[in-house]
Ligand binder design. Structure first.
Ligand code: UDP
Length: 416
């Protein structure tokens, strides 16, 4: 007799109903009703990379959840040459408060690539949502008949004035601008809304992992498991302050024995990543592991096994890595910046720090105190459950899109 292997489980998308244990039946029902009002609507997101960074992570989850709720949601990625992404990364830095030399040549390349992408993108959607500065000028090349929304994810607490004024000519063509936090609001004629990101608890990066799988994943990358792990997961980007993390770890190690793991990926739209990674390599030693890889299961394993997760950013639009670690009940020490401040309440569900010395002191405190770790972690998970699951932001998007009904005849129709 031949024994046939079990058939693979049927493929299905995560649905709103799957969120019920976390979000509650009432919230799920409300969302289902709001989604039903927009049933069959055709929405498209446009961004600059399918992987690497929070925007890609967010869109992977949000677009699927929207589809499972009956809203036909697509996702297009623009193409760009290395010089284009080098310019847009400079813009990203300047929007976060850095300097930029806005030459005619740079602006010409930026606008030309947007124009070329516009030629390839054919939209017949009811709503167009454009993410971040890279595809921002696309709007100039379309006869706008439906709502266009610009979603900017960067930390806009102090954008470079000249750059902002240049970009405003594109931004003000949009029907709404969505920023992560109210303090990022700008002087604009376009209405501004504030929607914080959230996480998908079912993704490879966030789902429950048995200890055995965590061990296997750490072993695969030769990450020692004998001492408490201090972890930072981030794109290799100066705003994430990887050097500050290493300095804080070295100070902390004078008082507690531990291992530091810095894991990061390099997104296609972030050409500075390789440079930052290379500049850190000579800091690597037996107890300082620096790993450049895109492996969501490793991210999950590290965030779960860490005694403490750091996100020592000096600028941070929101900081999904903070949310992810908090969801896993791991204490987080975060830089007192941008979206991290909205997630961590200092001393209650994590710690906020303003310097290397403060970070070092908190690492020591958290590693030495099991009860503190447990308490911070418990409250951290609760915070995410209450405020930062994908369902929270999906509801705000449904409200925003539904709100256009009066001005644009959205092709919505009630579900049968
Ligand atoms: N991430 C990852 N691998 C890495 C580094 C980051 O998968 O090596 C993911 C991380 O888990 C998170 C996202 O990339 O989901 C980073 O989002 P965040 O908002 O923290 O920062 P951003 O990169 O958007 O500035």
């Amino acid at each position: 007799m031949t024994i046939l292997p079990d058939p693979p489980p049927p493929l299905r998308l995560i649905s709103l109903e799957d969120y019920e244990p976390f979000a509650g039946a009432e919230a799920v029902d409300r969302l289902l009703q709001k989604a039903a009002r927009l049933f069959d609507l055709h929405v498209v997101h446009v961004s600059s990379t399918y992987y690497g960074g929070g925007v890609a992570e967010l869109l992977s989850a949000l677009t699927l959840l929207m589809n499972s709720a009956g809203i036909r949601t697509g996702w297009r990625v623009i193409q760009g040459r290395p010089d284009f992404f080098s310019i847009t990364k400079k813009m990203h830095n300047a929007l976060q408060g850095g300097s930029i030399n806005l030459t005619d040549l740079k602006l010409a390349i930026y606008e030309e690539v947007a124009f070329e992408n516009a030629a390839r993108l054919h939209f017949d959607h009811d709503v167009v949502i454009v993410h971040d500065p890279q595809p921002l000028p696309l709007i100039r090349h379309f006869r706008k008949k439906v709502p266009w929304i610009w979603r900017c994810h960067v930390d806009l607490s102090a954008p470079h004035p000249e750059l902002w004024s240049y970009l405003s000519q594109f931004i003000e063509r949009y029907d709404a601008v969505v920023l992560s936090l109210p303090e990022y609001a700008q002087r604009l004629n376009t209405p501004q809304r504030f929607i914080m990101p959230g996480i998908n608890p079912f993704s490879t990066a966030n789902k429950e992992l048995p200890d055995r799988e965590i061990d296997e994943r750490l072993d695969r990358y030769d990450i020692p498991r004998d001492l408490p792990l201090v972890v930072q997961v981030s794109r290799f980007d100066k705003w994430k302050d990887p050097r500050g993390v290493i300095e804080a770890f070295r100070l902390a190690r004078r008082e507690v024995d531990c291992t530091l793991v810095l894991v990061g990926n390099v997104a296609i739209d972030d050409p500075e990543g390789v440079e930052v990674f290379e500049s850190l390599r000579n800091c690597a030693e037996e107890r300082i592991r620096i790993v450049s890889v895109q492996d969501s299961a490793l991210v999950n394993a590290l965030q779960r096994r860490a005694a403490v997760v750091l996100q020592k950013s000096v600028r941070e639009g929101f900081g999904l890595t903070v949310t992810e670690a908090m969801w896993k009940g791991t204490p987080v020490i975060g830089g007192n910046a941008g979206g991290i401040r909205h997630q961590i309440r200092d001393g209650e569900n994590g710690f906020l720090v303003d310097s290397v010395e403060q970070a070092a002191a908190r690492i020591v405190q958290v590693i030495k105190d099991d009860r503190l770790r447990e308490e911070l972690g418990r409250r951290a998970r609760q915070t995410v459950r209450e405020r930062f699951l994908l369902t929270h932001l999906m509801e705000q998007w449904l409200d925003l899109i539904g709100g256009f009904e009066a001005r644009f005849p959205l092709a919505s129709r009630p579900a049968d």
